[in-house]
Ligand binder design. Structure first.
Ligand code: MG
Length: 170
């Protein structure tokens, strides 16, 4: 279980790395709303990773720093980014489900309970990713609406960030 959790730790770090790359691509292309949303995702993925390493250590395990894959693909269109982000979140959800099944098979009740947070989180991540795919798709033939949808993501990510900061201080 510890080995599998360490692998998930690296996957969450890779998620952060991927979102940061996507954020920079979108900033370069002038989609500053989506860029800021993606930067918030980067920060959240780091927290997902830290939560796992804290848990490993709470259980007297050792956090292993495996290799993080390179991000080699660049994007110039938000539509492509949103599709790729959704695909990535689906991959992470599958990975969390496998971890949960392993914990259950091993009778590791503590890890099962720990992973429940991630299962719930993935439902939200996939729902958000779907919403963004739909938003860019629905507006792609109307330049003004397309940019307006992009800018709406900036407002969303700031609200999200503020909520996040507030809860972190509680
Ligand atoms: Mg994550």
């Amino acid at each position: 279980m510890e080995k599998a959790l360490n692998e998930q730790y690296v996957k969450e770090l890779y998620s952060a790395y991927l979102y940061l790359s996507m954020s920079k691509d979108m900033k370069r292309e002038g989609f500053t709303g989506y860029a800021s949303w993606l930067k918030v995702q980067h920060d959240e993925e780091l927290e997902h990773a830290f939560k796992i390493s804290d848990y490993i250590e709470d259980r007297e395990g050792v956090t292993e720093f495996g290799a993080i894959d390179a991000v080699t693909q660049h994007f110039d269109c938000p539509c492509q980014v949103s599709e790729a982000a959704l695909k990535h979140e689906e991959f992470i959800s599958d990975s969390i489900r496998s971890l949960f099944k392993q914990a259950r098979a091993e009778g590791d009740l503590e890890t099962e309970v720990f992973l429940q947070w991630y299962i719930t989180e993935q439902v939200e991540e996939e729902a958000n990713a779907h919403e963004i795919v739909d938003g860019f798709k629905a507006t792609e033939d109307d330049k003004a609406a397309f940019f307006s949808f992009d800018q709406s993501l900036k407002a969303v990510s700031y609200t999200h960030l503020r909520a996040h900061e507030t809860s972190a201080h509680l």
